[in-house]
Design a protein around this ligand. Structure first.
Ligand SMILES: *Cc1c(COP(=O)(O)O)cnc(C)c1O
Length: 391
């Protein structure tokens, strides 16, 4: 039997209706034309298929279709937002603001901007993981071109007040980019109403395929981007390259599905999370990471006193698929930089596991998880002795 999958924040399986829509674009009878070909029916058909998907994504996130730029995922969308905006507006100043708990797909481009002579202010969130709008306000200067703050954190599930931050940024004339890769299907997303200028999305966190995403670029605000990929000039010259018809169709279907299903799924996910949380808390010495009042129920990040996260992960791996943090950090034995940014000591950051629940999680799976994790924690605490904690 395959292990129970509780790593939905790392990626999700592709939902059946999404797969069906993608299949229609593959094979000799499929919509295989190049959406950029204007001289024949095959191209026209592919183009209208891509535009239908664009309209689906736009409707799901509260944007206009012509505000959507297709990318290969949220990583590329973040890179396009950060480099595209800073490159275009460099004359205004060379300062940007972000936070310590951003995804690496924001922090790494920031590090590159520093190498290119930019000054980056890294805000430290409160102990619960929240970045307050007044913290952003205090960091803004007349030289600040861009602020990048994520919506839902991928390690602890904390939800930031992006609309409040947008107001602060608008007042100062700084653009706001939001990494919303974890938002769709978990919280309400409304690009237009949020006042955010740029927003990144990914399909594979929402039961769509890997390798496709989008950047929303506000037309109302008139934000401009310098292209980062050059070629035939697709996506109005901002992002060249032949569009992957089957991928964008998958993202369109997945976003439309998420938009219809997410509210209905919420009570069940909340119940499952509560069942998991109560079951594991019964162990004693279990601490929750992240402000539980401002979190999505799909993520539960716990620290287990007296055990080392990596050992616990290894002990449960045959039966439970979880992780200590983001997928890209798993090979890295360093304690989570997100938990460290909340002021957690190394021990607590090192003893954490991230459980993420989704559409296909069952109550039976939660019960198996509670029992397997409990046994493993008790065992590790027994053999680990006092050497690990409080020594
Ligand atoms: C997964 C994720 C990304 C990266 O998205 P890809 O589509 O895998 O490139 C960026 N930011 C957050 C918050 C994520 O969860």
């Amino acid at each position: 039997m395959r292990p129970v999958y509780l790593d939905y924040a790392a990626t999700t399986p592709v939902a059946a209706p999404v797969l069906a829509a993608m299949m229609d674009c593959l094979g000799t009878d499929g919509v295989f034309g190049n959406p950029g070909s204007a001289s024949h029916e095959y191209g026209d058909c592919a183009r209208s298929t891509v535009e239908r998907a664009r309209a689906q994504v736009a409707a799901a996130v509260g944007a206009e279709a012509d505000e959507i730029v297709w990318t290969s995922g949220a990583t590329e969308a973040n890179n396009l937002a950060l480099f595209g905006v800073t490159h275009y507006y460099a004359k205004r100043g060379k300062h940007m603001v972000t936070s310590r708990t951003e995804h690496k797909a924001v922090l790494d481009p920031c590090a590159e901007l520093v190498r290119r002579g930019w000054r980056v202010t890294y805000l430290v969130p409160g102990a619960g993981g929240i970045v307050e709008p007044h913290q952003v306000a205090a960091a803004l200067t007349p030289e600040t071109v861009l602020v990048s703050i994520m919506h839902v954190n991928n390690e602890i599930g904390v939800v930031q007040d992006v609309a409040g931050i947008a107001q602060v940024c608008a007042r100062q004339g700084a653009w706001l980019h939001v990494d919303a890769a974890q938002s769709m299907g978990k919280v309400a997303v409304d690009f237009a109403r949020s006042g955010v200028d740029l927003m990144s999305f990914s399909a594979h966190k929402v039961y769509g395929p890997k390798g496709v995403g989008a950047l929303c670029v506000s037309r109302r605000a008139g934000v401009q981007l310098a292209a980062q990929i050059f070629g035939v000039g697709q996506e109005r010259g901002v992002r060249a390259g032949t569009l992957a018809t089957h991928q964008v169709v998958g993202m369109g279907a997945a976003f439309e599905l998420a938009q219809t299903l997410w509210i209905g799924e919420l009570p069940r996910i909340k119940d499952l999370q509560q069942r998991l949380s109560q079951g594991l808390m019964a162990l004693g010495g279990v601490l929750r990471n992240g402000d539980s009042q401002n979190s999505v129920p799909h993520l539960l990040n716990l620290s287990f006193e007296g055990v080392e996260g990596e050992s616990l992960l290894a002990a449960v791996a045959p039966q439970i698929a979880v992780s200590t943090g983001s997928a890209c950090m798993s090979a890295n034995p360093e304690p989570s930089y997100v938990l460290r940014a909340l002021g957690r000591d190394e021990q607590r950051a090192e003893s954490s596991l991230r459980f993420s629940l989704g559409r296909f999680t069952t109550e039976a799976e939660i019960d198996v998880t509670v029992s397997v994790v409990k046994q493993a924690v008790l065992h590790l605490r027994r053999i680990g002795g006092a050497g690990i904690l409080g020594a």
